[in-house]
Design a protein around this ligand. Sequence first.
Ligand SMILES: Cc1cc2nc3c(=O)[nH]c(=O)nc-3n(C[C@H](O)[C@H](O)[C@H](O)COP(=O)(O)O)c2cc1C
Length: 193
Amino acid sequence: MRKVLVIFAHPKYEHSEVNQALIRSIEGLEGVTIRDLYELYPDFNIDVQSEQELLFEHEIILFQHPFYWYSCPPLLKQWMDLVLEFGWAYGPGGIYLKGKYLLSSITSGGSSEAYQPDGKNRFTLEELLRPFEQTAYLCKMEYLPYFHIGGTHRIKDDELNQKSLDFQKLVFHLRDAEKIVSESLPHLEQNLS
Ligand SMILES: Cc1cc2nc3c(=O)[nH]c(=O)nc-3n(C[C@H](O)[C@H](O)[C@H](O)COP(=O)(O)O)c2cc1C
């Protein structure tokens, strides 16, 4: 069983609908640790050593957040700035993340169609998530295909329930699958629809 570390960033969890549903679907699962960054570090004063120790203990790192201005909320960026240190995460001696997996799980107001070359947001999510992909590469991690829920303002309860189950299934797969094969993760068909 692989250990899964969920680095979760939502500045207004009490107003969240979609991220709350996703987090609830994996809360309490064996082998899954959830770090609610805004709950832990409301003053942005991140405990770098604790975060690094947790990263070291886990094999799968999952960034869970709403898409804000085509990126992540600021506390996740702060976490990356401080925790992924030169000489620890990358550069000479920076070997502690080597061989681990990273993936982004995002929710967005824009629909999947809006994130197409001919859509309102012009760029695909794959393109917009490149900084995360490149971060993984620099840290010698394998970057896995993202999980996405779009059109959050119009999502119906049954659709959200289904997506939460898809997300839970992905987390189980990452934890339990004998081998992780990027091209055959359970949520990939959903990303194409
Ligand atoms: C400050 C801010 C920036 C946002 N930027 C984007 C964006 O760049 N693209 C997008 O599709 N949605 C954007 N949204 C919409 C959020 O992604 C959406 O409300 C969120 O994913 C819904 O999840 P929740 O119910 O957990 O809050 C933004 C919302 C806020 C408040």
